[in-house]
Design a protein around this ligand. Structure first.
Ligand code: AMP
Length: 525
């Protein structure tokens, strides 16, 4: 089936043709005609399935009629992270190049002034993260009463990050007569409830998880002692036919350590984690996309959902805490029909987590041998790792950089060897001695509520940091407890309602007068 049968305009078909797509993906086949009919859509689909085009394409045609008014966007797309918002904006630009639509991007890390200007011009499409959008609504810069189409993308990710109260608040500000499209990789009860609450008779669409069905990803696992992981990774990066690779770590701290270690060994690598400022994150991503940096060491929070076509390898330096993250991670490779390789490094302690992943993907991950020439160092954690654990505790305390810490860190940076211009190859230029201890970096002060909420998941990472030395079960429970606690705290903050007790039906013992301390006259009575 070709795109021509979906009911899209000639201009859009031309833009799709320019993108090189010949056939719609299953989600596009099902969603595009439905959205064009004006019906709500509830779709279970992950990134990698072509879901972004499944809503941007029909939206462009719908919005082609009509004009936007100042501060009153005609459609709204909610994304959980800034990177995803930027990606969707890029899609709009790509597919909307033969249309004259105004697009505004509201994400944390960009100046309010710039964003105000775009909104004042009138936006046909507003792409936003929930926190920043609420900030702008509260500043009177955006009114949602003219919004005809709402897209809630990556809804389960929004749930993980504690955004659901924000989304409920936003939905209540939109006119009741609107079209609501909800996309989620999974459908937990909280998302189903959200759909029930804010959608009308949606068409249910479910497409296969790309990672579970994607036979073009060659998955494998190597069981290694913790202390040998870095050496094994280096051997794999040298030995495999790696064009470019994303290396995932569970903790931000390990992202930094591993990035530094790879750089010291001559690899041309970048890092991506939640403590980095937005412009820095985007710059690194751009370098990775362009091939200037062939290796990207990343945390889940920063990298989830990113569409980077043509990633040849994904390495899991750690087995993810949540099995779902495994699917997301390896889904960064083997995209849009290309083949890819995903290699996971696991320790014996990870057995349970590995079993959970294999249950989720409904297949065993083939084991493979340690690369030739690597001498394994037995033991759970190196002394540097243990020092790292103690440091991890300090990491949370170091959230706000003090002047002395900042000075130290700047001094550290000055002392660090300058990076030579390296060839864009995943192979190392020249090995350098390993450094045991990572350098402390100043942590940017969180700004605004979007930043605050966006960092919730990153606090989760810190949770994992704290529990490094303990059992996986304990770490996972702690992670979940923290998640729940954060969500409740947010919900309570958002609601700002008085706490209601028993209303008109208090239990009888509540109504019995309390006895005060015994007085003399009581004694005499
Ligand atoms: P998404 O699921 O939206 O993140 O898209 C995943 C990747 O598939 C992106 O790189 C898209 O550019 C690409 N893509 C989207 N639609 C198609 C299509 N019909 N044919 C081939 N590739 C596509």
């Amino acid at each position: 089936m070709s795109f021509e049968f979906l009911g899209l305009s000639d201009e859009l078909l031309r833009a799709v043709g320019d993108s090189g797509y010949t056939e719609p993906t299953p989600i596009q086949r099902q969603a595009i005609p439905t959205v064009l009919q004006g019906r709500d859509v509830l779709a279970v689909a992950q990134t990698g399935t072509g879901k972004t085009a499944s809503f941007t394409l029909p939206m462009i045609d719908i919005l082609a009629q009509g004009r936007a008014r100042a501060r009153m966007p005609r459609s709204l797309i909610l994304e959980p992270t800034r990177e995803l918002a930027v990606q969707v904006a890029e899609n709009f630009e790509k597919y909307g190049k033969y249309h004259k639509l105004n697009m505004a991007l509201l994400i944390g890390g960009m100046s309010f002034g710039e964003q105000d200007k775009v909104l004042d011009k009138g936006a046909d499409v507003l792409i936003a993260t929930p926190g920043r959008l609420i900030d702008q609504i509260e500043r009177g810069k955006v009114m949602l009463s003219g919004c005809e189409i709402l897209v809630i993308d990556e809804a389960d990710r929004m749930l993980d990050m504690g955004f659901i109260p924000d989304i409920e608040k936003i939905c209540n500000l939109l006119p009741p007569r609107r079209q609501t499209l909800l996309f989620s990789a999974t459908m937990p009860p909280a998302i189903k409830r959200l759909a029930d609450q804010f959608q009308k008779d949606p068409k249910m669409i479910e497409v296969a998880r790309p990672a579970t069905t994607n036979v073009s990803i060659a998955q494998s696992m190597i069981v290694v002692p913790e202390r040998s992981k870095r050496e094994v990774l280096r051997a794999l990066l040298r030995g495999e036919d790696v064009k470019n690779a994303i290396v995932f770590c569970n903790r931000k701290k390990d992202v930094r350590i591993l990035h530094e270690s790879l750089t010291r060994h001559g690899f041309s690598a970048g890092q991506l984690h939640g403590d980095m400022e937005q412009p820095e994150r985007l710059a690194v991503l751009e370098k990775f996309r362009s091939g200037e940096l062939p290796i990207l060491v990343a945390s889940d929070v920063a990298a989830r959902g990113l569409d980077i076509p043509g990633v040849s390898h994904v390495f899991n330096f750690d087995v993810p805490v949540h099995a779902d993250d495994y699917v997301h991670r390896i889904g960064r490779t083997g995209r849009a029909g290309r083949s890819g390789t995903a290699i996971t490094l696991a320790t014996e302690d990870d057995a349970e987590a590995v079993a959970t992943v294999e249950k989720l993907i409904q297949q065993p991950i083939p084991r493979r041998e340690v690369p030739e020439g690597v001498k394994l160092v037995e033991g759970r954690a190196s002394s540097s790792k243990r020092r790292g654990e103690r440091g991890a505790k300090k990491e949370a305390a170091a959230e706000k950089p003090t002047r002395s810490r900042r000075r130290k860190s700047e001094a550290d940076k000055a002392e660090a060897p300058r990076e030579e211009a390296k060839p864009a190859s995943a192979k190392p230029a020249a090995p350098a001695p390993e450094r045991a201890e990572p350098r402390a970096e100043p942590r940017a002060e969180p700004r605004g509520s979007d930043r605050e909420r966006g960092e919730r998941a990153e606090r989760m990472e810190r949770g994992a940091d704290r529990g490094r030395g303990r059992g996986r079960d304990e770490r996972r429970d702690e992670y979940r407890r923290e998640d729940r606690r954060q969500r409740y705290q947010d919900r309570d903050r958002e609601r700002d309602e008085p706490v209601l007790g028993f209303g008109d039906n208090p239990p009888a013992f509540f109504l019995v007068a309390a006895r005060g301390p015994e007085k003399d006259e009581d004694k005499g009575a």
